[in-house]
Design a protein around this ligand. Sequence first.
Ligand SMILES: Cc1cc2nc3c(=O)[nH]c(=O)nc-3n(C[C@H](O)[C@H](O)[C@H](O)COP(=O)(O)OP(=O)(O)OC[C@H]3O[C@@H](n4cnc5c(N)ncnc54)[C@H](O)[C@@H]3O)c2cc1C
Length: 418
Amino acid sequence: MAKPAPRYPVLVIGGGIAGITAAVEAAECGAKVILVEKRAHLGGRVARMHKYFPKLCAPYCGLELNYRRIRENPDINVHTRADVLEIAGQYGDFSVKVRLQPQMVNANCTACGKCAEVCPVERQDHYNYGMGKTKAIYLPHPMAFPPRYNISKKACRGKECNKCVEVCGYGAINLDARETVMALKAHSVVLATGWEPYNGAKLQGLSFGVSPNVISNVQMERLASPDGPTKGKLVRPSDGKEVREVVFAQCAGSRDENHLPYCSSVCCLASLKQAAYVREAAPDANIYIYYIDIRTPGKYERFYQKIAAEPKVTLIKGKIAKAEHDPETGGVIITAEDVMAGKKITRKADLVILATGMQPAARNGLAGLKTDENGFFVDAALARGIYAAGAAKLPHDVSATIMDATAAALKAVYGRWP
Ligand SMILES: Cc1cc2nc3c(=O)[nH]c(=O)nc-3n(C[C@H](O)[C@H](O)[C@H](O)COP(=O)(O)OP(=O)(O)OC[C@H]3O[C@@H](n4cnc5c(N)ncnc54)[C@H](O)[C@@H]3O)c2cc1C
């Protein structure tokens, strides 16, 4: 006989691909679900990618299907701009406090964009990792779900300006909205808080944050994307010049006792994928990938071989020690070791991409829950009824994340332990 649906909803924290998957799978098993996402839109990091390895398809196909499953399922209740303050109680009967940031733009918003046209203030574009600007009232990105404008409280001049309120024909903007705290009951909890890119500025000598032509791998996703800051034109950030020499620096932070002691598992694949972006956007550019080891396990071996065999792609075993501004060309000079040739190399580059690793987003704490020494959740160390999924648990690719989140959803609904 089928088990009855849980009395209280399953709470999913984090609306990336792991959280979205856990939410739809749990709801389609008959549970009610509350999905809490701290940002204004769902999709997490993958919503900011240009393409997925190995198929090189756009993440939006899969995300859009999942958004439809959410839209069509009345049992899934989504709260964006929300995070969890407290989780108490036990499996089957958790009491949770959720902080709801002020919703200055409500569900009446039709995303017509008139508010942004009249807004006089600009802010750095968070979605594009600081490359480019948006207005203080902005749509996070063209495919944002929910498709609703959002206001940066820091940048907005409030009622002294009030232009967005005056132009909005739908009564969707309330600059007086305040933060609230919502108390709820949950049957079980899925932690799907994901990852953040390691801060490249912590890597001494690599000029991240010093030279605009040294960027991180997540910025490269935005630079290559047609809805990114350059509309997908691959140019030198400092002056918009065409790129001719492109260098990838692997293990920027990962596998380093001074930074992230673990392998972030997807960075080699991400750089190989981004080499394909360069091949497409700038076919004459030379591409150099400096690595410690190339790690492309299992089914990804073929993808590695395919990209490595592309013309103009060179893989060099050796770590980049220095990347410095080149006053002569405005580009970057890198110094690296070529392990196989047993020599030191210097090379001039237009663009250097640091393959910065993945750090758990919850490493600084979430409602007092235990993590390992690196900030990842470990199911066995969590209370019964609380399960982690996706990159909150381990650096994962998307297909492993989806499998893991599906398993977490089943445990959250049916109560298997661990
Ligand atoms: C450069 C790069 C390229 C990549 N390219 C690919 C690729 O092509 N193919 C592939 O398979 N994999 C790729 N990956 C891996 C992929 O990004 C991850 O597998 C995926 O993002 C994991 O999803 P997630 O939902 O676990 O985490 P995330 O995508 O990080 O989502 C977590 C969500 O939780 C939210 N959140 C965080 N904390 C809280 C909180 N306290 N409360 C509420 N919400 C919170 C976040 O805002 C976010 O929306 C790449 C990784 C990198 C570094």
